[in-house]
Write a protein that binds this ligand. Sequence first.
Ligand code: AHR
Length: 514
Amino acid sequence: MKKFFILFIACCALISVNAQNSKATVTVDTEHSQSTISKHIYGHFAEHLGSCIYGGIWVGEDSPIPNINGYRKELVDALKRLKIPNLRWPGGCFADEYHWMDGIGPRSQRPKMINTHWGGVTEDNSFGTHEFLDFCELIETEPYICGNVGSGTVEEMSKWVEYITFDGESPMANLRRQNGREKPWKVRFWGVGNENWGCGGNMTAEFYADQYRRYATYCRNYSGNRLFKIAGGPNVADYHWTEILMKNVGGRMMQGLSLLYYTVPRTWADKGSATVFDLDEYSVTMQKAFYMEELVTKHSNIMDRYDPQKRVALVVDEWGTWYNVEPGTNPGFLYQQNSLRDALLAAVNFNIFNNHSDRVRIANIAQMVNVLQAIILTKDDKLLLTPTYYAFEMYNRHHDASLLPTRFSAEEYVLGNDKIPSLSVSSSKNEAGEVTITVVNVDPVKSMDMTCVLRGGNYRSCEGTILTSGKVNDHNTFEKPMTVKPEIMSGLRVVNNEVKFTLPAKSIVCLVVK
Ligand code: AHR
């Protein structure tokens, strides 16, 4: 009798929860492929900042931490599994103070410098051009180098390109050989300065556009290496910057224009904590994440006027969350935890980038290890994968697939006097004809009764992966590293080209329909 009563209560609870569910429909047109979703939208960024490079990626050859030629082995393995498409380096603000010649040759003889932006610590230049490019080879990713415009010279940048990419006899190519690398590297993505409206020189758009033209002229294509030159772009909603760059530089001299936008829950003076926040703060954070849609749309509209063929890519090469640093850590090191909220936010951004993949063709989360919205955190010899790592993993199937037209209907999520979308979606088809649909239920409380409708084709099976957790601030720690991790969804079926399932509150689901 008691057992029956418990069962009755449990059923009532289930029914009442379902009664709370909202309804949502996603409709995917599987027969009209749009732009290709470049895998480079899933790029990363590693700056000489805090323990991103030193202690994170690079532990040194003599470290007791297991390493491959100085690179942390466990991290190398995790990055290889993730198939990261490109890695931006050496900054950030650091890039415009970095003199690459200080980072080559025998490590013990390399000059030291002050890392003025990030904690005023001494940079010993032991991780330089060779270390970075060898690391890219090791983790099988494409390098994206950001050159120094702010405090460098045209000659310095031009020689860096020659050093890295020239195959013949030349002073720089010979110097590279002397330093142990016979063959040149291939480096396509080349940033001509960073944040040139701020830490990269405090320039006006007009002045920077002229500087860009000078610098870009002397960044040559050597030995079959074709540079994809990326101009330092606007700060968030500085549409004037985009206008001037498109007008004064245009599509002949630049292949990409960067865009920077960080999601800060509160203010720059008190950004909010990575893990201690209430539902209101969660909602504001997600609302600010959706602002990326407006930014990308408005910058793209300006670019369309000058470049209707969409030759110039919008390169969102710094995005992610920026919180107060973890208590007790160096404020200059930007070390923050990473919760389910970050994963949801990453997934919303991915859907925005996918849906704008005709223009957004490269993006880089800030940053890869131990800094800002990191996919990996390390402590001594320990390493953990954050919820954001898993969001990247779940979106891997979109790499270089064709975007599919996708509509959805869902209740909006009410936030004070505002409403924000409760759902974020994108879908794509790969060469094998498999359809991937990624959906995010942003609502922290309400689950959705979801119907995915596939228009066209004849689909028979569906696999799903879900990332969610009990609370939006759940996160992985070194003591409990598997608190937030993806799970396989069981029991998904395709009936008449439709897949029905419950999309829990605060969750990301990736469906693969065949
Ligand atoms: O990612 C941290 C910093 O944010 C970068 O160095 C800079 O470009 C931006 O302001």
